[in-house]
Design a protein around this ligand. Structure first.
Ligand SMILES: Cc1cc2nc3c(=O)[nH]c(=O)nc-3n(C[C@H](O)[C@H](O)[C@H](O)COP(=O)(O)OP(=O)(O)OC[C@H]3O[C@@H](n4cnc5c(N)ncnc54)[C@H](O)[C@@H]3O)c2cc1C
Length: 509
């Protein structure tokens, strides 16, 4: 075996996953087809759930530095906007950050964690056996093979890994054609709704956003299927000009394209996220129309959910079923995002019969409950994994960790930052909790919560146990805690740690 895990694809999801695997003690080789980062940015916005995760890993400051935040978002281009003032998390805003910068920062983080990144290496073949995965790789130096215990395809929507593994990608064919262009506008005033601005016309949509000085991103959407076979046809400036004219009826003076690209609303979900030793994450597992800036958040949360579970499986402490809980938890999350992006796109269709629906939705968005619910959904903060409920099921179970008091929060982040779980121990349980955690200390740390609530956080920051509080027999509280620890952190006392974060930081790989 050459390594524990081969991660295919050095986009944001592959880079995040590789770093998470290293935090958990796995050896990782990441293979990326491009010799250099493309420098292009599809995404420009990162959502609140991911900002909390970066915060928990001690990385948020690097991402926010020099970038603006935004407290709102649109839903289907309607007024009023979604108000992130309703969010009850640590970082209730969107971060405006180009994807190229996100990738640059994640690559540095992955390298600092000890990931071996091989650029210019393309996976072309795959053979999975019950005990290993062999992949064939083509690079400038020739073709070679690499053997690993697991392989994860983070290689984007057209995933080679997914195809080679024979995993189906079910969903809908494109019904919409869209162009993306980073260009210079001779006169932004030519666009009636200005820059930034969105136009919904009887012929489609046009969105304009200003990027770095002098460069504007122009996005067009026409509600007709793309011509068959044009998927890979390069976009020309003439095609863009003609499309803008068709959608808006205006001749817009555009020049000096930095990047021209086409995409569709094909909406697809992998039939399974795991087939034996091959797994999928990010766009390789799900694609949808990019509305509401959700793809990156969805994929990065896949990585954070999978990393510790796969590392625990390799290191040896993972309880049965832990790795399979990745697909069980994440696939339904993707299903909801896919559904919601399809709904938004239909609400933006040019058909005048959609107008009454838009009017009704606008009225609904005035209601705090509706606005808040959709704000939580778009930011990924509504996710609740279906954890074993226990006798005293609590509304926080399976949800992202709520904001903690500053002292407790800082200590918890120290543990989460090195990829461990955290048990927040209220005073009344201190002695017993110490006994329960002993023998699992490489996967889990404790933080004294004083008279605050007792909480168990998984390494991905989701709540795995909540102290039900007064009125519940103490023995029951401890039994539930012991169950949760066994379920998420393995058997008590079986400290079968082969490679730990401690080894990693001391150079082991
Ligand atoms: C127009 C547009 C705007 C968007 N805006 C947003 C936004 O604002 N916010 C947001 O959250 N999301 C947005 N998205 C979605 C977001 O860009 C994607 O969800 C995200 O890039 C997915 O990351 P990934 O790592 O899964 O895949 P990718 O970013 O596609 O990375 C896959 C990587 O795998 C490599 N690769 C492919 N095949 C191989 C192979 N055989 N061997 C080795 N390497 C390989 C590729 O070179 C690439 O680097 C937008 C998408 C589009 C199209």
């Amino acid at each position: 075996m050459n390594t524990d895990v081969v991660v295919v694809g050095g986009g944001p999801v592959g880079l995040m996953l590789a770093a998470e695997l290293r935090l958990g003690g796995a050896r990782v080789v990441l293979l990326e087809r491009l010799t250099e980062p493309s420098g292009h940015s599809r995404a420009f916005r990162m959502q609140a759930r991911m900002l909390d995760t970066l915060d928990q890993r001690g990385l948020l400051g690097r991402f926010t530095e020099g970038n603006r935040t935004w407290p709102k978002a649109h839903f289907a281009g309607l007024e009023p906007l979604l108000d992130f003032g309703y969010l009850r998390n640590e970082n209730p805003y969107a971060l405006l950050i180009p994807q190229a910068r996100t990738e640059e920062l994640l690559e540095k983080h992955a390298m600092a964690c000890g990931v071996e990144i091989r650029r210019g290496h393309t996976v072309t073949g795959l053979e999975a056996t019950p005990s290993a995965v062999d992949c064939e790789i083509s690079s400038d130096e020739g073709t070679y093979r690499l053997s690993s215990s697991y392989l994860v395809g983070c290689d984007g929507g057209r995933s080679t890994v997914r195809k080679l593994a024979g995993i189906g990608f079910s969903g809908s064919e494109p019904a919409v054609r869209a162009l993306l262009a980073d260009v210079e506008l001779a006169d932004p005033g030519q666009l009636p709704n200005g820059v930034p601005g969105t136009m919904r016309t009887p012929h489609g949509l046009l969105m304009a956003i200003s990027l770095q000085s002098g460069v504007t991103r122009v996005l067009t959407t026409e509600f007709t299927p793309p011509e068959p076979g044009t998927e890979h046809t390069p976009v020309t400036l003439d095609e863009l000009r003609a499309t803008v004219r068709r959608v808006t009826g205006i001749d817009v003076d555009m020049d000096r394209p930095r990047w021209l690209s086409r995409f569709t609303d094909a909406t697809r979900l992998a039939d399974t996220y795991r087939q034996g030793r091959v797994l999928l994450a990010g766009d390789a597992a799900h694609v949808h129309f990019p509305i509401g800036a959700q793809g990156l958040n969805l994929g990065l949360q896949d990585a954070v959910n999978l990393g510790w579970k796969l590392a625990g499986t390799l290191v040896g402490w993972a309880p049965p079923g832990l790795l399979d809980s990745y697909g069980t938890e994440r696939r339904p999350v993707a299903e909801r995002v896919l559904r919601q992006t399809q709904a938004q796109l239909m609400l933006m269709a040019p058909d005048p019969r959609v107008d009454p629906l838009r009017g009704m939705f606008s009225e609904l968005l005035e209601l705090p409950e509706v606005n808040s619910r959709l704000a939580h959904e778009m930011t990924g903060l509504d996710v609740r994994y279906a954890l074993p409920p226990g006798r005293y099921g609590h509304h926080l179970l399976g949800r992202p960790c709520p904001p903690l008091t500053p002292d407790v929060g800082d200590e918890a982040r120290t543990m989460l930052g090195i990829g461990r779980g955290v048990l927040l121990v209220p005073d009344g349980l201190a002695k017993e909790a110490a006994g329960l955690v002993a023998g699992r200390s490489h996967r889990l740390g404790t933080v004294a919560a004083g008279d605050g609530p007792g909480l168990l956080l998984r390494p991905d920051g989701h709540v795995a146990w909540v102290d039900p509080g007064d009125g519940v027999p103490r023995e029951d509280v401890l039994l539930e805690l012991a169950d949760a620890l066994r379920h998420w952190f393995g058997a008590h006392g079986s400290e079968a740690v082969l490679r730990t974060h401690h080894d990693l930081t001391n150079g082991g790989s």
